[in-house]
Design a protein around this ligand. Sequence first.
Ligand SMILES: CC(=O)N[C@H](C=O)[C@@H](O)[C@H](O)[C@H](O)COP(=O)(O)O
Length: 228
Amino acid sequence: MNSGGLLESLRGTLIVSCQAYPGEPMRDPEVMSRVARAAVIGGAAAVRVQGLADIRATVDAVDVPVVGLWKDGADGVFITPTLEHARAVADAGAQIVAVDGTRRPRPDGLTLAQTIAGLRATRDVLVMADCGSLEDAVAAQEAGADLLGTTLAGYTDERPRTDGPDLDLIALIAAACAAPVIAEGRIHTPAAAAQARRAGAFAVCVGTAITHPSTITGWFVDAIAADG
Ligand SMILES: CC(=O)N[C@H](C=O)[C@@H](O)[C@H](O)[C@H](O)COP(=O)(O)O
C-alpha cells in the first residue's frame, strides 16, 4: 500500500495500542504480538506497539499497519526521542513511526523537521507526531508530520490532564490543521471513542482500556470498594 492509501485506510477506524510497562508480567514481545492479534480480530485497523522487539514480533503476527514507537526513559522527550530511534523503529518494520511531537528540545539536538526529513530521506514510512497542545500540532504539521496525535495532552505542562480524552484539543487541532488528528489518551469507553471521533478525530487510538488488564481490574476493584 502506498503512503496515501495507508493513511486513507485509517479514516474512521480504531487503532489499538498494545503496551506493557517495564517489570510487568505481560512485558514480552510474543505476548504483546498476541494481544495485537486479538485486537485485530476485534476490528482494530492498526496497532500501536512500543519497543523494537515488540514491533518485530507484531509486524510478523498481524496483517494491519503497525504504528511503532520506542520509549527511552520516562520523562521529558522519551517517545522515539531521536532520529536514531526513529530509524530503528522503521527498520523493525513499523509502517508508521510515532515520535515525540512536542516543541521541547530533543536529546540529539535535532528539530522535529530535521528528524522527519532525516527519517524520510532513507525510509518509506509515515510519521505520527505525539503532541501535547495545539501549538505542538501546528508546529508538527509544519515540520512535515503525516498524523497528529493528542497522545501527550495532559502529560506536558500545556494542557490539563482531563479525566477522559481532551475533546477540546481534538477539536482545536482538527479545525486548525489539515493533517489528520489521531485522538489518543485516556479514551476509556466506546462512548468516549465516539465522542473523540465526533470532535474531529480522523481515527481513534485506545490503549489502556483494551490492553492493560491490571489497570482495568483496578477500575472494577475501586468501583466495588466505593460502593461498600
Ligand atoms: C503518555 C504516554 O506515554 N502514552 C503512551 C504512548 O504510547 C502510552 O502509555 C499510552 O498507553 C497510549 O498513548 C494510549 O493511551 P491510553 O492508554 O490512555 O489509552
